[in-house]
Write a protein that binds this ligand. Sequence first.
Ligand SMILES: Cc1ncc(C[n+]2csc(CCOP(=O)(O)OP(=O)(O)O)c2C)c(N)n1
Ligand SMILES: [Mg+2]
Length: 551
Amino acid sequence: MNSEYNVSRYLVSRLHEIGIKHIFGVPGDYVLDFLDEVVAGPIQWVGNCNELNAGYAADGYARINGAGAAVVTYGVGGLSILNAVAGAFAEQVPLIVISGAPASHRRESGVMVHHLISNYYMQLDIYKKITIDAAILTDPNTAPDEIDRVLRNCIARKLPVYLELPADIALSSCRKPGELFYDEPVTSNEDSLKECILEVAEKINKASNPVILAGVELLRFGLGRETLKLVETSEVPFVTMLNSKSILPELHPQFAGIYRGAWSHESVRRQVEDSDCLLSLGVWITDLDTGMFSTNLDNRRMITVGGGKVSIGSHYYQQIQLDDFIRELTSIIQPRNYLASHPSVSFQSKKPFVPEQSCILSAPRLYECVDFYLDDNMILLAEPGDAFCAAPEFHIEEADNFIVQSYYCSIGLCTPAALGVALACPEKRPFVLTGDGAFQMTAQEVSTLIRERCPAIILVINNDGYLIERVLHEDGPYNDIQMWNYSRLSDLFDGGDFVIGIKANTEEELEHAMKIAAKEKNKLVIIEACIINRDYSAGLQRLGDTLKPKK
Ligand SMILES: Cc1ncc(C[n+]2csc(CCOP(=O)(O)OP(=O)(O)O)c2C)c(N)n1
Ligand SMILES: [Mg+2]
């Protein structure tokens, strides 16, 4: 046993080793010894306004960095962060939660202590349902192995994990960290892979209008570059979905658009559904990503890769990993000729935004303006609401410049997630496109963006309440919210010169605001865009048409 190491220091060292440079959270007495080790070590502590926000910030951090971590105290903290962990579990985001806990002798005696729900194992039991691995560190001799196993599972499976650290164990000495062994990656069966690739390559080579459908798992498993190589070697046109938007650059000549069943542009839908060979890579079939399951795909003309297998029409090959499949296919696929390789109708390029004089701002014009001012150095985060209904139309030129939670859809994620994005990727600027309702959920985190000097752009779509709910259902008083003075939020948070707040009611005012945001690269800019007519995007119109009960 090396007395220089205790369980907290061991954990900090491992977190740093797997790439964690910032850790988010809220303190509490059960976790203070651990936090002392954090602040004494190489990881930067980032205190949040509440635990849910810490979880969202760590989620944003993890989506960019490959892993993110949040620290909370027992019960009150551990339960407050749960919605963020559930979202990370649903969306496959590698989020590590560390919770302090009462000392072991308290647990063993079962006495009533502050923050306890009723049973000392209840928090662990809850976490077991929404993480890939969860452990209470009850013994300093076994804690290092448990920490290593839990972190390995987080990284390998890209899913959240949970570590509970009783207050007395935090400073107990333990062995020093040895080499961190990662599990061997799950490999493909070589014979199966070889046979499968020959069949797939032949099918694609013979097809007259093949298409690649690039799904969200490519994003989660960091396979964007490999996929781009496949796309460029094969010269096959490609489409993405809302949850995989910008996994490949959108101004690429082979990009046809975003596919989402009946909600796609007609040209995209025809390109995909009329294809005689659709290669679907790591796609999740969720309601909002498929236009409420309105895809019309013929299995006999599809090759589907994901979940460790490849289905070709009605037969399949097992034990084939997505990364092996892409790499091997790239090595033998024949390039197509230029004309055959290009989408029948390619994604339209950006339109310049020219404001109409004294014209009240409408939602479609707001989105045209945002699209025009988005640039390669920005990472767009779009909230559920009209923002993410409009997002498929944006042109994201660089890969990986877009974040959306389009499956779990928890409103309020994006403002705190922008903090995580800004710290994980300081060379880029987060651009939060949020509804007023979503913003009100977690707006306190603007205060941490200020404290950490993160020069984000936050554009609040002020359409006076929960517009998406008004559109999807008959309206009711439950969709109303308190009107805030969003552009003056900085006064409350004492943002001083670092924050610029601008309110835009007209097209000219919005253009002016976006120009200032683009110019003031080192400032936090909050733009309140007022949509006084409560109009909305064509995307939300389509969603409403699908969901509203037919008369
Ligand atoms: C945490 C959470 N609570 C509630 C919901 C249900 N919900 C979905 S969208 C929405 C309203 C969004 O309003 P706003 O952010 O103003 O966007 P708008 O539709 O007005 O553009 C609500 C309450 C949710 N998705 N997540
Ligand atoms: Mg709204």
